[in-house]
Design a protein around this ligand. Structure first.
Ligand code: NDP
Ligand code: 2IT
Length: 445
């Protein structure tokens, strides 16, 4: 048995070289769990920690495809089937040039705990490719997706592993992937989520991650007798999660002053209202342009090559990617009066930034709790597919709200430290218990 977090991490680091993001995710969970495990040693006796950091299966494959010039291109495809203790593997696909095995293992590991928190029967997985859809034609994206699915289809299924979207995988990609699965398998099933409404999708799935992140912030603020209403909010990213987080902040009476992409940030102190957001939807989802183009139409500053965190705000919602808030930026947020961070992205705050939040005792909703709305509605899409019916917008939104509330109370239950709630600790312990107990029930698995 391990005597310390360090001793355990030495073992994990030796087994997983050159996977810094995976080690970062494992360390965060292990540190949160450590005291709880000492008080509940049956988990340690059964070596649950060693088992839970090892994916059940990793699939890695060649994805050859032809570009518009007729050249043969090759990318690498992955699916990490991390844990199926509480349900079929479930988690998104990421298409981005930075994708490698370590990144997908970190995402798959996070997904195991996140999915457990949702209360729905979903195990954890993640996949993707180093293919970058940015700058590719629709035809190239389709060729790539068809080749990717030609291999992936033999590993997934509605009761085995159900992928969805993530960075670089939205409605267009899910359509191409689903079409190819159906051709190869000759079956119309709920093998993917994030499908369009006409062919098995769920209302509110596109909105769910962003809405959920705002619902989670609202829950945290409510405990303090406060709310989003009247708050100034800084959001990073301008993709699926950022767009719908902005929409929901507007619904609740807050003001969003920043959005960004990997080239820079726009700062609009007057707020990105409903009309301006419409422009962003068109710019990002149809024209597939850059966030800088916002300044050609609206009065706003553009911060080339910079992230949003120097903007004065009450609430910050990082909704772009991992490690996009560092210690100096976290300190800047606090100095400017930020009282709440709710993470739409996965692991966007680095460990030093998290330390700053906790030391300053601000409300910190970590990704695996605050962004669980997306996979939750994916779970609801699976239920609707199985029952062959569809719920109304209001029904799905109500269920989403209920799930975010329940995640918030699980975090409160296990994260209380005096009069402060450490949501990170709470989420990690609550997510762990259900998965670990299920693994114990199922024997040496
Ligand atoms: P999208 O592809 O729709 O948007 C991603 C956004 O983040 C874009 O604005 C993109 O800018 C920016 N971005 C991506 N990579 C980087 C980078 N390395 N540096 C700076 N900016 C970057 O993805 P989503 O909105 O779906 O995902 C955003 C985050 O939310 C991810 O962390 C994802 O894992 C997480 N998430 C998503 C869920 C979902 O349902 N989609 C569910 C739960 C979490 P650019 O266009 O310049 O690349
Ligand atoms: O990180 C995530 O939770 C997602 N990308 C969504 C996964 C899903 O299966 O909907």
């Amino acid at each position: 048995m391990y005597k310390s977090v360090e001793e355990f991490m030495d073992m994990v680091a030796a087994k997983n070289p050159a996977q810094p993001e995976f080690l970062q995710a494992v360390r965060e969970v292990t540190e949160s769990l450590w005291d709880y495990l000492q008080d509940h040693p049956h988990y340690l006796h059964a070596n649950i920690l060693d088992r839970i950091v090892e994916p059940e299966r990793v699939i890695m494959f060649r994805v050859p495809w032809r570009n518009d010039r007729g050249e043969v291109m090759v990318n690498r495809g992955f699916r990490v089937e991390f844990n199926s203790a509480i349900g079929p593997y479930k988690g998104g696909l990421r298409f981005h040039s930075s994708v490698n095995l370590g990144i997908l293992k970190f995402l798959g590991f996070e997904q195991v705990f996140k999915n457990s928190l949702t209360t729905l029967p979903m195990g954890g997985g993640k996949g993707g490719s180093d293919f970058d859809p940015k700058g590719k034609s629709d035809n190239e994206v389709m060729s790539f997706c068809q080749s990717f699915m030609t291999e992936l289809q033999r590993h997934i299924g509605p009761n085995t592993d159900v992928p969805a979207g993530d960075i670089g995988v939205g409605g267009r990609e899910i359509g191409f992937l689903f079409g190819q699965y159906k051709r190869l398998r000759n079956e119309f099933t709920g093998v993917l989520t994030g499908k369009a409404l006409n062919w098995g999708g769920s209302l509110i799935r596109p909105e769910a991650t962003g809405y959920g992140t705002v619902y989670f912030a609202e829950e945290m603020l409510n405990v303090k007798g406060d709310s989003i209403k009247g708050k100034t909010v800084a959001i990073s990213g301008s993709g699926n999660v950022a767009q719908y987080a902005t929409e929901k902040v507007n619904h609740l009476g807050g003001k969003v002053v920043t959005l960004s992409d990997s080239s820079g940030t726009i700062y609009d102190p007057n707020g990105i209202d409903e009309e301006k957001l419409k422009f962003i939807f068109e710019l990002k989802n149809v024209k597939r342009g850059r966030i800088k183009d916002y300044t050609a139409k609206y009065d706003a500053e553009y911060w080339e090559g910079q992230r949003p965190w120097k903007a004065k705000c009450d609430v910050a919602m990082p909704c772009a990617t991992q490690n996009e808030v560092n210690k100096a930026e976290a300190e800047m947020l606090i100095a400017n009066g930020c009282i709440c961070v709710s993470e739409g992205a996965n692991m966007p705050s680095d460990p030093d930034a998290i330390e700053v939040y906790l030391n300053n005792r601000i409300l910190y909703g970590l990704g695996k709790a605050a962004n669980a709305g997306g996979v939750s509605v994916s779970g609801l899409e699976m239920s609707q597919n199985s029952m062959r019916l569809s719920w109304t917008r209001e029904e799905v939104d109500q269920k989403l709200k209920g799930i975010m509330k329940s995640i918030h109370s699980q975090c409160m239950k296990y994260g209380k430290e005096g009069d402060y709630v450490n949501y990170m600790k709470g989420a990690n312990i609550a997510g762990f218990i259900k998965v670990a107990d299920s693994m114990l029930d199922q024997g040496v698995v």
